[in-house]
Structures are given as structure tokens and as C-alpha cells.
Design a protein around this ligand. Structure first.
Ligand code: WTA
Length: 645
């Protein structure tokens, strides 16, 4: 088949296309009706009478289903007990291939209730924040739903954050309890978890509101336990009742906070609320990744990411679908581990990130061909741009030209996919996230936030014209930052921070971030986070971090630093270590260049565009230098970078 014609490979079913077109028409004419219909997908205590009450103007207020009441765990667990109580809800595959666990909906319900009772017993109340800092183990999953059960707000923290990063987030969220583990497995290594939490809590003043630390035994490694504060998960759960009456929440009560990075300032906690989020999670999983009764759904995202929340936990469970989690790494202890898991559990829906696809491609085509992969029915990718090559490899080698590959674009702020093809209803286009899902209306604006070309080919900034139920409500404790980040760029619209291109048919392709956010292997990192970390070294006067293209990671970080005095220039290796320690291992830079001066505009703004070019070796296309305060900085910079490369 000619590659150029591959974009309609998976065919279009006219009935499905018509059904999706009808959904789009309904939203356009009667959005309230459409979204109230979608609300029927979940279990409510009181069904809402209004769908949307939002304003992107003024102070920005986003409310959905506001007179509805519910408990999120009921949609994921209780309502399935009568019909599929004995169906597997959760499959856990351990790092050790011989160790796995399956929990039915009934068993998961009991475990969640037990842990919910444990939390209550420790004094955790409705509205309290609980931090969860665990690898991919069933207890993390249980802890999230247990928080939901009692109306506590979970804050899942990524295992790769530094103690300082965790401390900052514990203080900011005001968490009253932390659920962590002894250590986690990462290939041949052990990653300290309890030790990291202890270190986070021992920073002067960082203890904040944390009164209890609950420790899951994942590896059995010995860790110190502090009398009165630290508790053993298993011991507590063993004594707890398997019944727990769900706390009835208002639709707009927060369900969770999730930290992510912006271009400036500290990481921000995005707030998602109960009713709208649950409708959105249930709807988006079903519309993009529909399940048949025997579906086993595997999204490889860590639960600490938004994809983990929506496409590993809430979305599949609410739809009554079996969801799989895997503790280990894709290529450990040998390449092909993922393909083995797909065959072993007959995984039908498989969702991963382009970074993983790129690294799996390196293992060669022979490897996946040793596995059957016949159970797969649909594939998806999200988190970063997927190149047409990686898309085609995924389609041909893993999907065996049978399964559609859905490129979904989403963000922590959007809680679920916003751009995604509906397989069967429209052609797929490798490298393109295609169209907004039914219910959404996207615009491409110019740099001033104006819509110049409402239809047809265009390139610019990706915005959304109206709200959706899973939209972030605010930034925890900083509504002003929320409003300014997302709603001032193009008044009346949500600005995503991403650039996009639109083709003549209305398909959209993401061109990358328009702000100073770097996406390293799907990890969103603000340049300011890296620069602040570097600035803690007193010998540094100034730093600028930029993202450059990287074969495997999508983007890699390069940092330019200016020392306070040439005499006390710190060793470059030390700076890389400081970044790893302060931000996290995932933010380790590819290179750190020590330079005399950074290129700046006359108003003193660092010109990152130039730094990106220089770091990428594209010095013959630096573009217009007339905005620089002093263009003689540039040749000196190039010479210094070349000497250090
Ligand atoms: C990027 C991850 C291209 C984008 C789910 C966005 C993508 C950021 C895609 C959000 C995609 C996500 N194609 N880029 N399909 N999906 N992105 O909050 O730049 O960790 O703004 O959520 O990832 O990252 P976040």
C-alpha cells in the first residue's frame, strides 16, 4: 500500500459516521440536552437538572451539573456489583512475571471500602487532601477510590519527584496523610519511596498538615517507621470493615488535585471536580476506546499522570471494563515484556505514549513478530506528538494492520482526550490528532488570540470555544493564575498553550507547545523549574533552559548558565546533579553549557528561540537578530557552545 494513501486505511463505516455526525449536530443545537444525556452514563444520588453553567469571561467560573450529587466510587464499583460483580475489574502484573493478581469488581469494592474505613479511622475527613506516592501497584488504585469513597481529595504524586518537589506539593496541597511504600522496583534498581517521603517531611517546616503516613510493603525492604505517624498498610486494612457507606458529594466538590508544570513559576495543582469529571471520564473512554464485554483495557500510563487517572482508573471502571496495570518497565528483564503481557491477558485496547513506541521500535520488528498480538482491537497514543513513522510502525507491527491507531491530544487541564479520531467514523491520518471529539469546538487563532481563518487550512494557537464537563476548574489556591494562563490570551476561549495546524478537511495536527514548557518523554517540565533549581547554586548568575528535539525522548533539556564570576564557575556535572535532585531524575539535562552571556531583547527578555537553535546546531538559520540588545553575544555564544560540545 502506498504510504500516501494510508490515511484512510481503517475504513469508514457510514452508519457510524452518521451517528457521530448526529452527535455533533445535537451538541451544536442543544448542548444542555447532549450533556445531560451523557450524564446518564454514571450513577448519581441526585440527577442534575442543569448541565453547564460556565463563563470564560471576568473572573472565569466553570460549573457542571451543579445541583447533582454523587459519589465517584459508586459509578466505578457499586453499580457493577449486581451485573458484573465477579468480572475482573483490575489485573495487576508484577515486575516478576510469575507474580500477578486479579481483583473482581466485588473484591475491589471490598478493598476500597476497607481502606476508606482506614482513612476515616485516621481522622481523614471529607474535603481533606491525601497524597498518594506509589508505583504501579493495586494499593495505589485502591487508595484513589478509597479517597473518593469518603470525599477526600487525592493528590497522586509521581515517584520520580525529588524530596523537595514532594515537600513543596505536600505544603501547597495541605495534605493530611500520605500513602507510600517501602521501595519500588525499577528494572534492576530500587527506588526509595518511604525514604523520599521522610526526607520531604524533614525539610524544616515541610511537615505541614501531614499527620499520618501509611506504608505499603511492595518490596519488603526495611524502612524506618516513626512511632505514631507511620503505619503499616496491611496491618490497618486487616482490621477494617469491608463495608463503607459512600459519602454523598456535590457535583462541584473536588475529586482530585494533580500537579503539572506551566511556563512560569512553581508547579500548579489542577483541580478536577466530581460530577463533570466522572461524566467526562466515562464518556471519553467510551467514545474513543469503546469496550465490548470481553475487553481488557491496558493504558500504560503511570497513575500519577492524568492519563492514568482517566484511562487507567476512573474511565474503564466506570464503563465496567477490565483494566490492567503493570508494575515494571517495558524491556525488563528482557525486551518484549509488553507483548508478552498483551498475549497473556488477551489485551484488546492498548494505549501508550509515543516515547515508548519510539523506544520499542528500536528493538526491531522481529521482536513483536514473535508474539501473537491477535487479541488487540484498537491502539492509541497520547502525551506527545507521534511522528507518522512511529504511527505507521505501531499500526503495522503491533496492530498488524487490523487495529486503528488513535492519536489523542489531551492535557492535565482537559482531564480527557479533546482531539481524537472516532475509529470507524472518520479516516485516520498518521501524525494527526484529527478532530475535536463530539461536544467540543476548537479554534485556531493567530498570535494575538484572534480567529482569522475559521475554517480550512490554518496554523496557529489551539483554543477551545466552549467548556466541557472535565475541564479544570481552577488552580488550587491560585484562581488568578488559572484565569491568566488559560483565558486571557483569546478572550472567551480556553487557550491550550499548544500550537496546531489544520488541513482542508478540519483535521488538526499539534505542532508543539507555544510556551516555555518542555515535554521530555511525556513529562511536562517548566523551564522555570529547571532555572530555579540551577539558581540555588550561588555561583550561578543566570540560567536558561530550552527543549531541543531528541530521537527517543521527543525533547531533551539543554541549559545555558552564566556564572557570577568566571573564577568560580561550577563544574557542569554538578549543575546536572542539582537539577536531578531538586526537580527529579526525569528532568536531568542532556547538556549544560557555561557561557558568558545570554541573548536578550532590549527589554531584558531571554531569547530562547536563539538558544534552541544554537543548542540544536542550527546556527546557519538563526533568523532576525535585530531585536537583540547586543547581537555580538551570538558569535561568542556559538563559539563557547562549540568548544564545550
Ligand atoms: C502534549 C498529557 C501532541 C501537548 C496527556 C499538551 C500532545 C501536553 C498530545 C499536555 C498529542 C499531549 N499530540 N502533543 N496527541 N497529547 N500532548 O498535561 O503539548 O502531561 O499540551 O497531559 O502534552 O501534557 P500533560
Amino acid at each position: 500500500m502506498e504510504r500516501t494513501t494510508l490515511w484512510d486505511i481503517t475504513g469508514v463505516d457510514p452508519d457510524k459516521a452518521r451517528a457521530v455526525a448526529a452527535m455533533r449536530r445535537q451538541v451544536a443545537t442543544d448542548p444542555d440536552r447532549f450533556w445531560l444525556d451523557q450524564a446518564k452514563r454514571i450513577a448519581w444520588d441526585t440527577f442534575p437538572t442543569v448541565a453547564c453553567n460556565t463563563s470564560f469571561d471576568g473572573d472565569v467560573s466553570i460549573r457542571w451539573y451543579e445541583d447533582g450529587t454523587l459519589n465517584a466510587s459508586v459509578s466505578c464499583l457499586d453499580r457493577h456489583l449486581a451485573t458484573r460483580g465477579d468480572q475482573t475489574a483490575l489485573i495487576w502484573q508484577g515486575d516478576d512475571a510469575a507474580i500477578s493478581r486479579k481483583l473482581t469488581f466485588r473484591e475491589l469494592h471490598s478493598e476500597v471500602c476497607r481502606f476508606a474505613n482506614v482513612l476515616c479511622g485516621l481522622g481523614v475527613r471529607r474535603g481533606d487532601r491525601v497524597a498518594i506516592h506509589l508505583p504501579m501497584v493495586t494499593e495505589g488504585f485502591v487508595a484513589m477510590l478509597a479517597c473518593a469513597r469518603i470525599g477526600a481529595v487525592h493528590v497522586v504524586l509521581f515517584g520520580g519527584f525529588s524530596p523537595e518537589g514532594i515537600g513543596e506539593r505536600l505544603i501547597d496541597s495541605g495534605a493530611v496523610a500520605v500513602v507510600t511504600c517501602d521501595t519500588a522496583r525499577r528494572g534492576a534498581k530500587r527506588v526509595p519511596h518511604k525514604e523520599t517521603i521522610d526526607a520531604a517531611l524533614s525539610h524544616a517546616g515541610t511537615i505541614g498538615a501531614v499527620r499520618n503516613v501509611i506504608v505499603v510493603r511492595v518490596t519488603g525492604d526495611d524502612v524506618p517507621m516513626k512511632e505514631g505517624r507511620d503505619h503499616d498498610y496491611t496491618a490497618l486494612v486487616a482490621q477494617a470493615s469491608p463495608e463503607c457507606v459512600p459519602e454523598i458529594m456535590r457535583a462541584e466538590d473536588p475529586l482530585f488535585l494533580l500537579y503539572t508544570s506551566g511556563s512560569t513559576g512553581k508547579p500548579k495543582a489542577i483541580v478536577h471536580t466530581t460530577g463533570g469529571y466522572m461524566v467526562w471520564a466515562t464518556y471519553t473512554v467510551d467514545v474513543t476506546f469503546p469496550s465490548e464485554p470481553d475487553t481488557t483495557h491496558w493504558c500504560t500510563a503511570d497513575v500519577a499522570w492524568i492519563t492514568g487517572h482517566t484511562f487507567v482508573v476512573y474511565g474503564p471502571l466506570s464503563n465496567g471494563t477490565t483494566t490492567l496495570i503493570y508494575e515494571g518497565l517495558p524491556g525488563w528483564p528482557q525486551a518484549g515484556r509488553w507483548w508478552d503481557i498483551i498475549d497473556r491477558y488477551n489485551v484488546s485496547s492498548f494505549f501508550t505514549a509515543p516515547t515508548a513506541i519510539r523506544s520499542l521500535m528500536r528493538d526491531g520488528d522481529d521482536l513483536p513478530r514473535r508474539y501473537s498480538l491477535a487479541s488487540l482491537r484498537r491502539l492509541a497514543s497520547a502525551g506527545e506528538p507521534i511522528s507518522a513513522d512511529a504511527w505507521l510502525w505501531f499500526y503495522e507491527e503491533i496492530g498488524q494492520k487490523r487495529c486503528p491507531v488513535i492519536d489523542m491530544w489531551w492535557q492535565t487541564e482537559t482531564a480527557g482526550p479533546m482531539l481524537s479520531a472516532i475509529a470507524g467514523a472518520q479516516p485516520l491520518k498518521p501524525g494527526w490528532a484529527t478532530t475535536p471529539i463530539p461536544g467540543l469546538f476548537a479554534s485556531i487563532t493567530n498570535e494575538k488570540g484572534e480567529v482569522v481563518t475559521p475554517e480550512g487550512e490554518a496554523e496557529g494557537c489551539l483554543c477551545f470555544d466552549s467548556s466541557w464537563p472535565g475541564q479544570a476548574r481552577t488552580i488550587w489556591g491560585d484562581h488568578k493564575r488559572f484565569r491568566e494562563t488559560y483565558f486571557t490570551f483569546s478572550p472567551g476561549r480556553y487557550f491550550s498553550g499548544d500550537g496546531a495546524r489544520r488541513d482542508e478537511y478540519g483535521n488538526l495536527m499539534i505542532t508543539g507547545r507555544m510556551d516555555d514548557v518542555i515535554n521530555v518523554s511525556g513529562h511536562r517540565i517548566g523551564t522555570a523549574e529547571i532555572e530555579d533549581a540551577v539558581a540555588t547554586d550561588h555561583s550561578i548568575a543566570e540560567a536558561a533552559a530550552v527543549g531541543i528535539s531528541h530521537d527517543l525522548k521527543g525533547q531533551g533539556i539543554v541549559v545555558f548558565v552564566v556564572a557570577r564570576s568566571e573564577k568560580v564557575a561550577p563544574p557542569v556535572g554538578d549543575l546536572a546533579r542539582i537539577i536531578s535532585e531538586r526537580v527529579g531524575r526525569y528532568a536531568a539535562p542532556e547538556r549544560v553549557y557555561l557561557v558568558n552571556e545570554l541573548p536578550k531583547t532590549r527589554s531584558g527578555k531571554i531569547v530562547r528561540r536563539l538558544l534552541r537553535k544554537i543548542a540544536s546546531g542550527e546556527t546557519d538559520s538563526l533568523g532576525d537578530l535585530s531585536s537583540l540588545a547586543d547581537s555580538s553575544v551570538v558569535p561568542a555564544l556559538i563559539a563557547q557552545v562549540t568548544a564545550q560540545s
